[in-house]
Write a protein that binds this ligand. Structure first.
Ligand code: PEP
Ligand code: MG
Length: 833
């Protein structure tokens, strides 16, 4: 950076001046952070010494940096060891990224409190960008009075460009109790400056120049963060080993243990099954390096053409990926994102300002991703992940980087913070045996794709997994949600044998898809499909599906900007009904949008608790026209299949009555003399507990265990940290299922389960035992669930169901069912094979 004009820095506080040498803290007195002054304050408001941008303000409010447009950077640190106060006594008046005027108040602090609770009140003002200066005051200063004059001149730019291929360290866990605040950050930056290499510190998707104290502080690291160091240049190797060792030792701070290998001593890491199966293989960490983006373009026309070209290439690639099923839906949605006018407008706006195509596209996508993420809504956050994924795809095309950059060894078990749908769909299944991620939930797009690929996968695993060494032999048991770090030979052999058995079983189940799902003692259960497209309906029929138990109608139109016309809606339902025929059930769920599932053409107000807000039937009753139109479209298929209409998220009887009234009016207008069957989803505890009250008024119930679990346990269904506890096997959920079935049967009504619990083979005995009449399952699992039913005795299922209802927690239920499964299903399948 170049400082050309003399610049006066104002005193940030009133007080007594001290030379830095007098500060009883070597990190400041040695000037490793930068040269400057110390003030023993008599005022309690820290003000900006210069105009600029707040380049960093610590969450704890004890330190702030201002950077002006010429790159002059000044750090102010209130008190010594004040990071330990964790924000107590400090009030931040500005936010990071905010532009401030010279003299503007930045932080207020309670001098008495700080003096009593911290080592000292001495406050530092340091010129981090290293410009030489002269001091304009002696002894006493008043806040706002000129204090330093910076001399114009050249200073060394500390922000290197990464040259050549960067090397990355293994991930490590930050041991410092208060993260990398000023002191350890200064030690790290100072050490980094000693190497002839460009060095970066990475925290998730953020990176900081490791030679810049302020950049490191701006990462806002906290204890336990997973960090990586990357370096490019002559000293890259030496820099990485030295800085990793320094970080592990606390960068000059006392830390309890040096965390070089932070994996806990436990030999099993727990997570949640995202896709069933198991595998023994070697760890492959798949952290993606940062891409190098130049801001300035080579002329608007050139850059516009480059963006156009990349967008076209990405569209072609996405079309090629739209193979079938879930994958097709996801990549079609990605393709639509590429055509989004707001996104393109944003990018073109930047091209017009002479920015490069890469910069313009990246800025547009990153800004939108941030916007989506900031809305605090799980489903929109998932769209953010999609946008980020497709954004990277285009960016790599602009930069000419090959997409298939992963050079994977054989028998790879991929470990990642998070995989994108694109990465998942393009995995080479000859080499990849499974994957494990920190983020994501069992209902994410990535989980859906993993299941479609038949790859075992586990999510919601602790960040310790990111520190496992590449090449380490591990055993992934996704069914149990376990990653074994030191598997012994016996475990491996056992797993290999059970994998072989699974393959044989799959072939066996597929060969018998045409057989009904009837228990050994002659009890028939209907196994139907959860679908979101005609294609899935067709696939379900080839896999032995006996009908559609849940058509998630909102998924038909989720990625649209405009409402589908009534004709288009009617055509879709009619085509699905025709594919099923008059002998099969078609259960169409009315729109389940609102809150967590936004629909672009139904504008909704933002809500503080979207899961508890205007969702499902509540939203539709607020906009009866929407429901009326949908009923009309659904009714067009009335005579083509055994039509059932199902209302989502019902929690009050009045909702059912209101919806029925509208349906009756529409059916009459349509000339139908018989109303289609009308049922409700049971996914709110009130509906389950009052099932006896609802039962006389419905034709059927279908239990949505996904939502029923989240509302019963008060745990967000997509929360990665709660993923292992938000378990539908919890006895509380099972008891609500039991209550519902009992009430329904007393009134001669049938009950289905269409939540993910129905797709779990382990759950089949308990669901049958509780008297569930229909299992509506995800399409690829139809053969497994049907075969499982055929191996059971209803009488045994009733016994096990009674037993598990009395257990204390989900883990006990799973264990009891596992034992039961081992004792019955596995022996019988061995006999049959
Ligand atoms: C459920 O909640 O279990 C359900 C099937 O509905 P969805 O997953 O679509 O919310
Ligand atoms: Mg639901």
């Amino acid at each position: 950076m170049t400082t050309t004009q003399p610049l006066e820095l104002l005193a940030p506080l009133s007080g007594v001046l001290l030379a830095l040498d007098k500060v009883p803290d070597p990190v400041f007195s040695s000037r490793v952070i930068g040269d400057g002054l110390c003030i023993d304050p008599t005022s309690q408001t820290l003000c900006a010494p210069l105009a600029g941008v707040v380049s960093n303000i610590q969450d704890s409010g004890h330190a702030v940096s201002i950077t002006d447009d010429q790159g002059v950077q000044v750090l102010m640190h209130i008190g010594l060891d004040t990071v330990n106060l964790a924000g107590e006594g400090f009030t931040r008046l500005v936010a990071q990224g905010e532009r401030v005027e010279a003299g503007q108040a930045l932080i207020e602090f309670d001098a008495d409190y700080v003096a009593l609770h911290a080592r000292s009140l001495l406050t530092l003002m340091l010129v981090v960008s290293d410009e030489p200066f002269t001091v304009l005051a002696n002894d006493l200063v008043e806040s706002g009075q000129p204090l330093l004059r910076l001399s114009p001149g050249e200073t060394v730019d500390t922000v290197d460009e990464e040259e050549g291929d960067a090397l990355f360290s293994k991930p490590l866990t930050l041991p410092n109790a208060n993260g990398l605040h000023a002191r350890p950050a200064a030690v790290l930056a100072q050490a980094a400056k000693g190497f002839n290499a460009s060095i970066y510190l990475h925290k998730q998707t953020q990176s900081a120049n490791a030679k810049s104290l302020v950049a490191i502080m701006a990462l806002q690291t906290v204890h336990g963060d997973t960090l990586q160091v990357s370096a490019a240049g002559e000293d890259a190797d030496a820099a990485i080993s030295a800085l990793v060792a320094l970080l592990a030792q606390g960068c000059g701070e006392d830390v309890a243990v040096a965390v070089v290998e932070p994996v806990p001593s436990a030999s099993v890491l727990k997570g949640v099954c995202a896709s069933p199966g198991s595998a023994f293989g070697q760890v492959v960490q798949v952290a993606e390096p940062e891409l190098n983006i130049t801001e300035k373009g080579a002329g608007e026309a050139v850059e516009r053409a480059a963006l156009e070209h990349a967008l076209n290439a990405a569209t072609e690639a996405l079309q090629a990926l739209q193979g079938k099923g879930a994958q097709a839906e996801i990549f079609r949605a990605h393709q639509e994102l590429l055509e989004d006018p707001t996104l393109l407008e944003h990018a073109h706006g930047l091209l017009a300002q002479d920015k490069s195509a890469a910069f313009a596209w990246n800025s547009a996508t990153v800004a939108t991703v941030k916007l989506f993420q900031g809305l605090g809504n799980a489903l929109i956050a998932e769209r953010a992940a999609d946008l980020s994924d497709v954004g990277q795809r285009v960016l790599k095309l602009i930069l000419g980087i090959q997409e298939s950059a992963w050079d994977l060894p054989e028998r790879a078990i991929l470990i990642a913070e998070q995989l994108t749908p694109s990465q998942t769909a393009s995995l080479d299944t000859r080499k990849v045996l499974g994957f494990v991620t920190v983020g994501g939930g069992a209902t994410s797009h990535v989980a859906i794709l993993a299941r479609a690929l038949g790859l075992p996968a586990m999510c919601g695993v602790s960040t310790h997994v990111l520190a496992l060494a590449n090449g380490k032999q591990v055993l992934l048991d996704a069914d149990k949600g376990e990653l074994h770090l030191d598997p012994n030979l016996a475990e491996i052999e056992q797993l290999e044998a059970s994998r072989q058995q699974q393959v044989q079983r799959r072939q066996h189940d597929l060969a018998q898809v045409a057989l009904p799902a009837t228990t050994r003692d002659g009890h028939h259960v209907e196994v139907t499909a959860n679908v979101a497209s005609l294609q899935e309906v067709e696939q379900s029929l080839t896999l032995g599906g006996e009908g559609v138990g849940l058509l998630r109608s909102e998924f038909l139109y989720l990625d649209r900007n405009r409402a589908p016309s009534p004709e288009e809606q009617a055509d879709t339902y009619t085509a699905i009904a025709r594919a099923l025929g008059t002998e099969r059930n078609l259960v169409v769920r009315t729109l389940d949008v609102g809150g967590d599932k936004p629909l672009a053409y139904v504008p909704m107000d933002a809500e503080t608790n979207p899961f508890l807000g205007l969702r499902g039937i509540r939203l539709c009753l607020e906009r009866p026209q929407l429901l009326r139109e949908q009923f009309r479209a659904i009714l067009a298929s009335a005579r083509l299949a055994r039509l059932h209409i199902m209302l989502p998220m019902v929690s009050l009887l009045s909702e059912l009555h209101l919806a029925r009234k509208i349906l009756e009016e529409e059916a009459r207008a349509f000339g139908l003399n018989e109303l289609p069957k009308l049922g409700i989803m049971v996914e709110v505890p009130s509906a389950a507990l009052m099932a006896d009250v609802f039962a006389p008024h419905v034709d059927f119930f279908s239990i949505g265990t996904n939502d029923l679990t989240q509302y019963t346990l008060a745990m967000d269904r997509d929360h990665p940290r709660l993923a292992s506890q938000a378990d539908s096997f919890h006895p509380a959920v099972l008891r609500l299922i039991a209550t519902t079935v009992k009430a329904a049967h007393a009134h001669g009504k049938w009950v289905g389960v269409c939540g993910a619990l129905a797709s779990e083979a382990l759950a089949v005995p308990v669901l049958l035992g509780l008297g569930v009449d229909e299992l509506s399952v995800s399409v690829p699992l139809i053969p497994t669930i049907k075969a499982t039913v055929r191996e059971l005795d209803l009488a045994d299922c009733q016994l096990i169901a009674r037993q598990v209802l009395g257990l204390e927690e989900a883990a006990q239920v799973r264990e009891a069912l596992r034992l039961y499964h081992a004792a019955t299903v596995e022996t019988s399948s061995v006999v049959e094979l």
